[in-house]
Design a protein around this ligand. Sequence first.
Ligand code: ZN
Length: 576
Amino acid sequence: MNNPMSPNPQRRLLVIGIDGATYDLLDPMIEHGLLPNLAALMKRGFRAGLRSTIPPNSAAAWATFMTGKNPGRHGVLRFQATRPTNDLGTEFRPGAYTFFNSDSVAGRRVWDVIGATGKRVAVMNVPMTYPPGPINGIMITGLLTPPGAKDFTWPPEFAASLEGYQIEQPLATMGYSRAADRELIRSSLEILEQQGETALRLLAREPWDFFFVCFTGTDRIQHRLWNHLERIKDEGGRMRDEATRNRRAADEDIEDAEFFRENLERYYGLLDATIGRLVEAAGEQANCIVLSDHGFGPAPQRAVYRRALARQLGLEAGEGAGGFYGLRAWLERHGILSGDRVRRFLVGARLRRVLSRLTRLALRKEQEAWRSSRAYLVILHKYIGGIGINLAPSDPEYETLRQSLMARLTDVRDPDSGEPIIAAVWRREEIYHGPRIEVCPDVVFRLDVRYGLAHGESPGGSLVTPKAFRSRGIHRDEGILVVAGPDVVHAACDKFFRIEDATATALYLLDTPIPTDMDGQAIVEALTSGYRASHAVRLEHVAEESPSATMAAARWRSIADEEAVAEQLRHWGYLD
Ligand SMILES: [Zn+2]
């Protein structure tokens, strides 16, 4: 409650999410003078490392930030379910695995906890927030909003004032070609500008105590253009001269390198300027948190193929995309048809019906295989995999089977070098806890960073082959966390905090009690002694959910919407 006698008057909190931001890129850019606003924020605030979720993907990590809970409580490990849906229904589904949306994330959101105390909230572009529901303020949903959806705001009528608003990059930018790469950076700039202006307008116009805006273009850009970013990182402004001097390189390459250097610097510069304007507009009395959901780094050079790995582990079933997507992916991978042409070609109604039938057959076969197998392999992220066991943990054979699978995983070696491929193997209860732990695979493992998991079968069926993944950059576990404002100390801290700790810190900074079913803990060392002396960390006692709590089903308006979202994720390489 507002207390005029308090030595610390009621503060507001601005949270800015930068999808995939990493110090590995930002620090060199700051050194080159490209990000003056972020540099200033870090200098006057508290800067630390952020530990993402396992797996470090946007779905799991943002779900953890918005709930303050680990995936064992909120139930989301990736963009789609980790077990095939039991009932494929009568309509065509994009895969055997239901795609998630905000319905699938269990638990109260941080903005609901804040809103319940009477404070006003504004939430913009956060992944996994579609479809929106009632909140004490306004919302524009983020990634996983079906392209063209009209119901992307709360309150619903708010959408009418956002004519032409773009939530994500159009699919046209998502082919894999020089032209598509250029289009990606062009449209990213346009979207960032539009979202930045919208955020500034809402920040000035709406009453708010908690304002949370997420910028996700960084993730798309880093996936696709990491090679160009590496050059900026390493060479900064020197590149232009070197490229011009070095006429041995093809003119086209020089032109390309120049184009991307210029436009990527423009993109990160605009992002920095937007952050600067938002922080300034929030005012000196507002505290501010800038965080990413995970970090980024170069893609691995070697692929570990799912089917060969499953064979080596003695597993029969694994996940597969099925006929329609399998065929299309194969055509695209072999350069026979580009994405757009394939789409036009395959949407022919009759052909699509045939493929749909084939897909259903493939999916049914996969479900049968899954049901009849004792254990199955699941890819959670490029370098995180899991094994689900089709036995109850109380079954006398469960632990024996699990131990033997874990031992086999530890033994997996690169046939060329003889070196181990798998860097860590966990029982699920070592990393997850909570009522939805059953949705987590029974065993989770992490590959050495030099390897990435690939779907399907390698040419020749070998376990490992050199591979140029379509994504030049992939996620890393370590993200960024910067807290600044009147109640924050000036310090650079080399510790890592969990992403859910940032959630608890947000609540503490708003003097809001932290629900006891949240896993995060407020980072008190980031705050001034004055703030800590006048504000105790308060807890709100919440009854634990029963461990049998089931997953909420994602309610899509239509299969077509779910399919459109799946297609977007597939084109961005998130389902590779
Ligand atoms: Zn992300």
